[in-house]
Design a protein around this ligand. Structure first.
Ligand code: XMP
Length: 530
């Protein structure tokens, strides 16, 4: 992001959903980035933020490994808003007191507010979302208590002179009735920011940044045909035209007919150099007998690097080495992989295939123009670049592909079963989404499925088919509603749709005798099974 862009830094104290804060701020028209909570005051100054927001986090300020802050950050004169742990660490650092309460407070709470800067224009009593056991019990000098609940006396405090405002509750969560208004008051009234952030006028800046970085070098793009890498392909082809080489590594773990479709779209619609690498056998050999999900991801990711490097080497035979590798890494990949660039304290959920280290002998300079954007922002960018809806609204598909949808080890027979069952799930739910679109005219209809697929667990069960006992595998149908994959709910599909999926799968896919539907949201589950 260019340095002249006014930005808000979100200090990450380990809130698994801290990125929601960054989202809400961007949705209000102000650019925001997540940074580690232990930045020093000097580091903060160098980044010239217009405001700081301190996230929540799971620790108690008194725990041995509790994240702390450089106290000088609080003296920089930059306006600060803190939530939950952010509220407590500010109180603690400035000489207030944090104590354990007898009763925690979780979920909706009724907040009573006093006339104050932060709550200006909001009702005297409002619903907020709480999630805490510790609480501030004494405010630091210069602070005024501006809100309370029946359980929590100091639910918000402010020091207008220092421009520090904190709340025990979470304004970033939708269930907080006036959350957006409170954030807006802070950004626009306290910090005097303006709405300057919009994804629509971003393409030109990104294209210019790529041109500057690349010069007249050539670039290899890891292209999967998904929306993220396709948007990067569009950006790069506009930025550097024929210097771009799109490399599609077919690891054999793709959905039914997918390699043919990707090749067709990119060799027909994009005027770029397109290479289809047939690595199916190499991947199957490498994955033989491997059942641990993290190990599968690491093997697949490492082999991706090797495949790209091999192409770069081959294409460099004319003498000029290719040092740039572009890929469609997006912000949630980084956050969920353990915060490579945010450096935050959130725990590693999954190692995204595109973020694991290079193996020995492989090296590239990475170009990741989307590494600060969320999925729906990437989709808007795709539309503004003129990509067709069929690519922009493709459902996400993970880089490690069906390898992380086959629980346990992988073989050709399991791949065949999963591909066939998955094709039926997609066919039926594509139709379902189309029908919803026809009825509502809204491509983002609340109830349309965002991602849907089949998962093959590593078990068998008894069934009866044509009077014969069967002992075959079940398949699990997963269909979720989401907007950015950070949270998701299982899709409340009509029973007749589920019934058709079930009867078609059992009738059409040999090796399956049972169909289950996953009714878990994220959290506590994740969208994928591994
Ligand atoms: P989870 O399962 O973590 O997935 O809820 C969130 C979103 O990310 C996709 N996903 C991946 N995408 N490489 C990717 O490119 C990966 O390793 C990976 N793992 C999960 C998943 O399909 C969902 O949309």
């Amino acid at each position: 992001m260019n340095n002249s862009q006014k930005k808000v830094l979100v200090f990450d104290f380990g809130a698994q959903y801290g990125q929601l804060i960054a989202r809400r701020i961007r949705d209000l028209g102000v650019y925001s980035e997540i940074v580690p909570c232990d930045l020093t005051a000097d580091e903060v100054k160098q980044m010239s933020p217009s405001a700081l927001v301190f996230s929540g986090g799971p620790a108690s300020v008194y725990a041995d490994d509790a994240p702390s802050i450089d106290p000088a950050v609080l003296e920089l004169g930059i306006p600060i808003l803190g939530f939950c742990y952010g509220h407590q660490i500010i109180a603690h650092t400035l000489g207030g007191k944090v104590g354990h309460t007898d009763k925690g407070e979780y979920g909706p709470a009724s907040l009573h507010v006093k006339p104050s800067v932060l709550f200006e224009g909001t009702p005297d009593t409002q619903t907020v979302w709480m999630s805490h056991r510790d609480a501030v019990v004494e405010v630091p000098a210069g602070f005024r208590v501006v809100a309370s609940t029946d359980v929590c006396e100091i639910a918000a405090m402010e020091n207008v002179e220092k421009k520090i405002f904190t709340t025990q509750f979470h304004p970033e969560v939708k269930h907080t009735e006036c959350g957006n208004q409170i954030l807006g008051t802070f950004l626009f009234k306290v910090c005097g920011l303006e709405k300057t952030w919009s994804i629509d006028n971003l393409a030109e800046t990104l294209i210019e940044d790529i041109r500057k970085k690349v010069g007249d070098s050539r670039v290899i793009l890891g292209l999967s045909g998904g929306v993220d890498s396709s948007v990067v392909a569009a950006l790069l082809s506009k930025a550097i035209g024929k210097q771009l080489i799109c490399v599609f590594v077919n690891h054999g773990l793709l959905r039914k007919n997918e390699p043919e479709e990707v090749e067709d779209v990119f060799s027909r619609q994009f005027n770029v150099d397109f290479i289809h690498v047939h690595a199916e056998k190499r991947y199957l050999d490498l994955l033989k007998g491997v059942s641990d999900p993290e190990q599968k991801r690491k093997i697949i990711g490492t082999q991706f690097w090797k495949e790209f490097f091999a192409v770069a080497k081959e294409k460099s035979a004319d003498g000029t080495p290719i040092k740039f590798l572009a890929q469609g890494t997006i912000y949630p990949d980084i956050i969920e992989s353990g915060a490579r660039k945010t450096g935050g304290k959130a725990s590693t959920i999954k190692s995204h295939h595109n973020l694991i280290p290079f193996p020995d002998g492989v090296s590239f300079d990475l170009i990741e123009p989307l590494d600060h954007f969320f999925k729906d922002e990437v989709r808007s960018l795709g539309t503004s670049l003129g990509l067709p809806n069929s690519i922009v609204y493709r459902q996400p598909f993970p880089g490690p592909g069906l390898a992380i949808r086959i629980i346990g080890d992988i073989d050709e027979e399991k791949l065949r079963i999963l591909k066939d069952a998955d094709a039926i799930v997609r066919e039926e739910l594509n139709d379902y989404n189309d029908r919803l679109f026809e009825e509502t005219g809204d491509i983002h209809s609340e109830h349309s499925c965002w991602q849907y697929f089949a998962v093959l667990p590593d078990i068998k069960s008894v069934g009866v088919m044509g009077d014969e006992r069967t002992y075959e595998r079940p398949v699990i149908v997963r269909a979720v509603e989401s907007s950015d994959a950070m949270t998701a709910d299982w899709a409340k599909l009509p029973h007749d749709v589920l019934a058709r999926i079930s009867s078609r799968i059992v009738a059409e896919v040999p090796g399956l005798n049972r169909v289950c539907y996953d009714i878990t949201s994220k959290p506590p589950a994740t969208i994928e099974w591994e």
